[in-house]
Design a protein around this ligand. Structure first.
Ligand SMILES: [Zn+2]
Length: 245
């Protein structure tokens, strides 16, 4: 038991008991919040890995599909060129004006298609050139997210056990302090603690409740200075003067 710590048999002024209780309640709240945050943080780290893997897979799939498109478009282009060459030969050999006109028309259409297909091949090549380097970058991103997750898991293990042991310490201290509350105030304290936990208490500074910022009367301040039982008229919290004991 630290020096100056009160045993149950000591008579301690309510203001002092509540000040110490509030410190423990705040610490317990801090530990619980920290412990509750850990699984959420872990989930977020795991989600980063999943998202990074999905982005990499989607990008690699898109690249593969675009390469297939490019290949098919190049096949079409070769077929169109072969067709154009066929028409050119037929034009050379044709003596019928009707056939000549029809072939000229077909040739024009085919040339137009060749132009469009060449554009499409170029467009697909550009997409491939832009997408291909992204895959190894995304792979690095996955490795980074996995490393971060591993680091977090290690740290979280230590953090969890630290917080759990702190929580036990503070709960033990609280259990020593609560019996020191004078019986006439105990019911009110336990009732508000059940509803609001650490928010059932507040320190006072410059005649102002630190929780709700409402000014208290001089009479109340005098009573708080005497470490007597005082509640805030505005927020209902049990008030105490700040201290480091
Ligand atoms: Zn208040």
């Amino acid at each position: 038991m630290p020096q100056g710590w009160f045993s149950m048999s000591d008579q301690v002024a309510p203001g002092i008991v509540f000040r110490r209780i509030h410190r423990e309640l705040n610490a317990i709240h801090f530990c619980i919040e920290g412990l509750e945050r850990l699984p959420r943080q872990l989930k977020a780290q795991q989600n980063r890995v999943v998202t990074a893997e999905k982005t990499r897979t989607d990008t690699a799939d898109f690249l593969k599909k675009t390469k297939v498109d490019q290949h098919q478009t190049e096949v079409s282009l070769r077929q169109l060129i072969a067709l154009m060459e066929k028409y050119l030969r037929q034009l050379d050999e044709s003596s019928d004006p009707k056939v000549f006109t029809a072939l000229t028309h077909e040739l024009a259409t085919t040339k137009k298609k060749i132009g469009e297909t060449e554009d499409k091949v170029l467009e697909l090549m550009t997409i491939i050139d832009e997408t291909a380097p992204k895959v190894p970058e995304l792979e690095k991103g996955i490795q980074k997210a996995k490393t971060d997750l591993g680091d977090f898991e290690k740290e979280a293990g230590t953090k969890k056990s630290d917080l759990e042991s702190l929580l036990v310490d503070h709960k033990n201290r609280l259990a020593e302090l609560e019996p020191l509350i004078p019986s006439e105030f105990a019911q009110g304290y336990f009732r508000t603690k059940k509803a609001t936990f650490q928010d059932c208490l507040s320190s006072v500074a410059d005649k102002t409740c630190n929780a709700c910022q409402v000014t208290i009367t001089s009479q109340m301040q005098n009573e708080i200075d005497d470490n007597r039982y005082v509640t805030c008229k505005s927020c209902g919290r049990i008030l105490y003067q700040p201290g480091t004991d």
